[in-house]
Ligand binder design. Structure first.
Ligand code: S3P
Length: 429
């Protein structure tokens, strides 16, 4: 298993772009496959997770070209997928296994989904149960709680589903299944989750209705192939935002970042902490807001986070925990129990790894409190097989007093294959 070493930095400087958004890259292949005609996706995220989505849709009979300049999907139309000849392996991609389940629920054939060790531990009943209610026959380990899952779908009926937790993957699975019904399918969430599926489906021609935390879709739309340029992933940009915010003398500009308001929790949280952040040059690309972001080092203070701010920053809590180790006072994060069921138990893994570097973190079932500021130490850390934990530790190393080794760091390539190169290009040692 590969390890990577990261070192203390003098400062972080530069103008960068980060790779395309992971959530949008998955969805562009899925929705492009179900559309009629060609979909051209520029700035597609060429990471393991998203390439597994390409592989999965090829297995379902879709012709997809992966070129350096663009991914080209020859859509087969809503009823054009065909039975896969083998088990679909999603690797580490939670977004893929959950959303594709919704699509497969609408297909009159048999398919089986599995994934790596982490995927096979993640809760699936949250998608299996509503999809069964719509009419799909789904089996899985422990009654459908865990993958592998087998799905035989077909005629589905529209439902209204209230989710227990805010989850874009669950919402998207149900809305995708709703495409294969005659009627209106509605998902209501306790707090608003990311809305890329709704925006992209409507960009491809579907009728999507949003009212507060309710999203509805009218079944059997005619989806038409489109051209898209995927904005930079704000979740990847977050590592550079925090790197600049905590390392004295730093200034980083990140161009073309997706700033969908359901994803900007990291900007809001850092701003509340006193970070010097500018969001400018706002534009819209394929129904998604995009901007440039400039971050300069400044003194940070602890904050309290919960509710919708946590949902909007759900993938950024590990890197915000790193920022909190450098902030004056306590940072309290509550209402984040979803972190327990991500690629790793992120509450436990980030607390353990930052703890090895000297951070003062107390964990709760639904969050943690981080007491700062602390001078972090060099240490030997482990990724827990979780890309976001690995990248967060790498950023923490910039303000440590010695070398930090991260074991099992190859997981970074699930979302950000050029992370280490990009970080070293911006760091002055
Ligand atoms: C994602 C939704 C979030 C997020 C994940 C990507 C998506 O998960 O954590 O990294 O693309 O829909 P949940 O929907 O389970 O909250």
């Amino acid at each position: 298993m590969g390890s990577l070493k990261f070192y203390p930095a003098k400062r972080v400087l530069g103008e960068i772009t980060v790779p395309g958004d992971k959530s949008m890259s998955h969805r562009a292949v899925m929705i492009g496959s179900l559309a009629e005609g060609t979909t051209t996706i520029r700035n597609f995220l060429m990471s393991e997770d998203c390439l597994n989505t390409v592989k999965a849709f090829r297995m379902l009979g879709v012709e997809i070209e992966v070129n350096p300049a663009a991914v080209v999907v020859k859509g087969v139309g809503l009823r054009g997928l065909r039975e896969p000849e083998d088990v679909i392996d999603v690797g580490n991609a939670g977004t893929l296994i959950r959303i594709i389940s919704g699509i497969l629920a609408g297909q009159p054939f048999f398919s089986v989904l599995t994934g790596d060790e982490s995927i096979r531990r993640r809760p699936m009943l949250r998608v299996v149960e509503p999809l069964r209610r719509m009419g799909a026959i789904i089996h899985g380990r422990e009654g459908g709680k865990y993958a592998p899952l087998s799905i035989v779908g077909g005629e589905l009926k529209p439902i209204t589903h209230r989710t227990r937790v805010a989850s874009a993957q669950v919402k998207s699975a149900i809305l995708m299944a709703g495409l294969f019904t005659r009627g209106i399918t509605t998902v209501e969430e306790p707090l608003p989750s990311r809305d890329h599926t709704e925006r992209m489906l409507s960009y491809f021609g579907a009728q999507v209705i949003k009212e507060g935390t309710r999203a509805s879709i009218r079944g059997e739309p005619k989806l038409k192939g489109r051209e898209l340029t995927i904005p930079g992933d704000i979740s990847s940009a977050a590592y550079f935002m925090v790197a600049a915010a905590i390392t004295p003398g730093s200034e980083v500009t990140i161009r073309n970042v997706g700033v969908n308001p359901t994803r900007t929790g990291v900007i809001e949280a850092l701003t509340l902490m006193g970070a010097d952040i500018e969001v400018f040059n706002r534009r819209v690309w394929n129904n998604e807001p995009v901007a440039d972001i400039r971050v300069r080092h400044s003194k940070l203070k602890g904050i309290s986070m919960g509710g919708s701010l946590v949902v909007k920053a759900i993938d950024e809590i590990p890197i915000l925990a790193v920022a909190a180790t450098q902030a004056e006072g306590e940072t309290v994060i509550r209402g984040a129990s979803e972190l327990r069921v991500k690629e790793s138990d992120r509450i436990a893994s980030i607390a353990e790894e930052l703890g090895k570097m000297g951070a003062r973190i107390e964990t709760f079932e639904d969050g943690m409190v981080i007491r700062g500021p602390v001078k972090l130490k060099g240490a030997s850390c482990h990724s827990h097989g979780d890309h976001r934990v690995a990248m967060s530790i790498a950023v923490a190393a910039l303000v440590a007093d010695g070398e930090v080794t991260i074991e099992d760091a190859e997981c970074i390539s699930t979302s950000f294959p050029n992370f280490a190169e990009l970080l070293s290009s911006a760091v002055e040692i």
